[in-house]
Design a protein around this ligand. Structure first.
Ligand code: SF4
Length: 203
């Protein structure tokens, strides 16, 4: 290699260029003795790492239990414990259910928090009927389970299960937010065991 005095740039001779070129070719030849793996084989490895096989039931149940939307049905004092459960300390949104719906059309869970009178019972049943399937009910508190301390009153329904099918019972007067969260976890567990092949409930 010489340096051009006028421009100060390196000038390569033909021999040097040939030698450099042949070195590059030899290096490539050395690296290319094996065929590059078939792209399909590479794809197979990718698939193995990124695809999970599951069942339709597991997928649907995961989606359903992770996005329960409760409808408002809070006729008495247990409602305040539900409000606490929904607030930041207990944070019901951790379970995918922070959206409390005022319309039964957009809800799939009824949390019955409070005493139910016979006069209100037809409205509760109507709200339940207006909820789309699949839907679930949690009876929250002694009044919702059995009428509680008002059970022997002439106008109190002795349990929501006389009016709607109840999936989970959460005892207490009122139940603490931890108890309601435990009940919600139980309902999620119940949903995860369901199958679209045997859907539908008997009343
Ligand atoms: S269970 Fe107790 S706190 Fe809940 S609605 Fe009945 S009386 Fe009120």
């Amino acid at each position: 290699m010489e340096v051009d005095e006028r421009t100060g740039m390196s000038v390569y001779s033909d021999t040097e260029l040939d030698r450099t070129e042949s070195e590059v070719i030899e290096a490539l030849k050395k690296r290319s003795q094996q065929a590059i793996p078939d792209p399909d084989r590479w794809l197979e490895e990718e698939l193995k790492r990124n695809i999970l096989l599951t069942s339709v039931d597991a997928m649907l149940n995961w989606a359903r239990r992770s996005s329960l939307w409760p409808v408002v049905c809070f006729p008495a004092c247990c409602a305040f414990e539900f409000i606490t459960t929904a607030a930041s300390r207990f944070d019901i949104s951790r379970f995918g259910m922070e959206i409390i719906r005022a319309s039964p059309r957009q809800a799939d869970l009824m949390i019955t928090a409070g005493t139910l009178t016979w006069k209100m019972a037809p409205q509760v049943r109507r709200i339940y009927d207006q909820m789309p399937e699949p839907k679930w009910v949690i009876a929250m508190g002694a009044c919702a389970i059995s009428g509680g301390i008002f059970r022997s009153s002439y106008n109190v329904v002795p349990g929501y299960n006389r009016i709607v099918p109840v999936d989970v019972y959460v005892p207490g007067c009122p139940p603490r937010p931890e108890a309601l969260l435990y009940g919600i976890r139980m309902l999620q567990h119940k949903i995860s065991k369901a199958s679209i092949g045997t859907e539908g409930r008997e009343e």
